[in-house]
Design a protein around this ligand. Structure first.
Ligand code: NAD
Length: 442
């Protein structure tokens, strides 16, 4: 089996990776800017710093995570000591997307190496500069037998998927997730699928609108809306709609200025194909703010759409850009009708001062993860799992959840040879009544 057997070796590799990333921080930030004008602040917060903190957390905890975990023995097995061993799967294929091209390539790599696997990493072909620096870092840190980066688009990725892997970790769109799952099924290869969805953001009557708009504008327009957990559409209580929209407009202008095209804090759309896809979602008669775009620079301004039809282009699939539809609701039936029209989303957000309403929303609907009175930030806590459910994904990672995703959990019972209890051995004769009595006490 292909693996990095000792924990000491894995830890040494992760430490080397940490130093190499720290040394290249500026170059990573520049690469992200050159790929799609990702602002340096966002590159630091959501890419380099996130990965550095993930690495430090993993390095501090790897000994504990990798150690066989002793559990209470089953009375039936006594005398015994019983353990869960974490075993690396072996050769892992990691396929990553372009929107957080450094973080979404590096974090699965860190978890896979920590768990002792060897890795073939296929970053996105759409972020040339970042993929180059990812390659340089991996080449500097790892032997080719431990981890390598390979490059290519859809066809090349499909040829990789035809090979046999011990684990596949995919981050990307739902349609490609299905291709990955089908390919993995041929060899019964276990997979993690980190996908997307249409994430609702519910604004309850009486919510603190001033705080809500700040947090929503940040969460929606960071990375120009190209974030898998960004609010996809707003569901606002009809009585609050006017105030909410006015405050939203003010907040967008405060954050990005009168002309966001000139703002150093607003990224661009990744490529012309995606720019055109997003452009087709903007129905001019629905625009109540923004709607300005420039194909040459792949710019689309923060745009608010008022009450788009549920069958319109913008309400079909995940938007994945700086367009925010505003839908109003009168009662919870309206909310239910709209949310349940879609597959289970990757996240759900609810802004409310009513704890019961918040609890109802987060327990009634099934989704990957979310926040009450905020958005996106649940991603940042390495002590919580990150992943989708249903069409938004399968499995989870971050911190120990990542280590566990990349480990097979082996149950081991260790028995001494003294103290053999003969009750289970044939001939059973009249042992049945004793065993029934014994088990009825447990
Ligand atoms: P994508 O699915 O187009 O591409 C992802 C990866 O798959 C890339 O490496 C690409 O080369 C490869 N690929 C593309 N088409 C393929 C095909 N036909 N066959 C095999 N491989 C193929 O996704 P993207 O555009 O890079 O990223 C955006 C999507 O990713 C959005 O849907 C977003 O929600 C999702 N996403 C999810 C998460 C998460 O953590 N859940 C994070 C970021 C992005």
């Amino acid at each position: 089996m292909s693996s990095i057997s000792t924990v000491a070796k894995r830890k040494a590799l992760l430490k080397k990776l940490l130093v190499t990333i720290q040394k290249n921080e500026k170059a990573i930030s520049e690469a992200l800017y050159n790929d799609f004008k990702k602002p340096a602040f966002e590159a630091y917060l959501t890419e380099t710093q996130y990965v550095i903190s993930d690495l430090k957390h993993t390095i501090s905890n790897i000994n504990r995570w990798a150690k066989p975990k002793r559990v209470w023995s089953s009375v039936l097995n006594l005398p015994s000591s019983e353990f869960i061993y974490s075993e690396p799967y072996g050769r892992v294929l990691i396929i990553s997307p372009w929107n957080y091209p450094f973080q979404l390539a590096m974090c699965p790599l860190i978890a896979a190496i920590a768990a002792g696997n060897t890795v073939v990493l296929k970053p996105s072909e759409l972020t040339f500069n970042t993929s180059q620096i990812v390659t340089k870092i991996v080449e500097e840190v790892f032997d080719v037998k431990e981890a390598v980066v390979v490059h290519g688009g859809a066809e090349f990725t499909q040829s990789l998927l035809e090979k046999r892997w011990d684990y596949i970790f995919f981050t990307g769109s739902v349609p490609v997730g299905k291709i990955v799952a089908q390919a993995a099924a041929k060899n019964l290869t276990p997979v993690t699928l980190e996908l997307g969805g249409k994430n609702p953001c519910i604004i309850d009557e009486g919510a603190d609108l001033e705080i809500a708009v700040k947090r929503i504008v940040w969460g929606k327009f960071i990375n120009a809306g190209q974030t898998c957990i960004a609010p996809d559409y707003i569901l606002v209580q009809a009585k609050e709609k006017y105030n909410f929209v006015e405050l939203l407009k003010q907040e967008i202008t405060r954050a990005y200025g009168e002309n966001p095209e000139e703002s150093p804090d607003f990224a661009r759309i990744i490529n012309t194909k995606n720019w055109q896809r997003l452009q087709a979602m903007i129905e001019p008669e629905k625009v109540i703010f923004g709607g300005i775009s420039n194909e040459e620079s792949r710019y689309i301004s923060p745009t608010l759409l008022d009450e788009p039809d549920l069958h319109s282009e913008v309400m079909k699939d995940e938007i994945f850009g700086p367009i925010l539809p505003i839908l109003s609701y009168h009662d919870e039936k309206d909310v239910e009708r709209i949310i349940s029209k879609y597959e289970k989303p990757l996240s759900l957000y609810v802004f409310t001062e009513n704890k019961d309403f918040a609890e109802k929303m987060i327990t009634h609907y099934s989704f990957g993860g979310g926040c009450v009175n905020d958005c996106v930030i649940h991603f940042s806590n390495k002590r919580m799992p990150f992943g989708g459910v249903g069409h938004s994904g399968l499995g989870a990672y971050h911190g120990k959840f990542g280590f566990d995703s990349f480990s097979h959990k082996k149950a081991i019972v260790k028995k001494p040879t003294w103290g053999d209890v003969p009750v289970r051995y044939a001939p059973y004769k009249n042992k049945l009544k004793y065993i029934k009595k014994l088990l009825s006490w447990l």
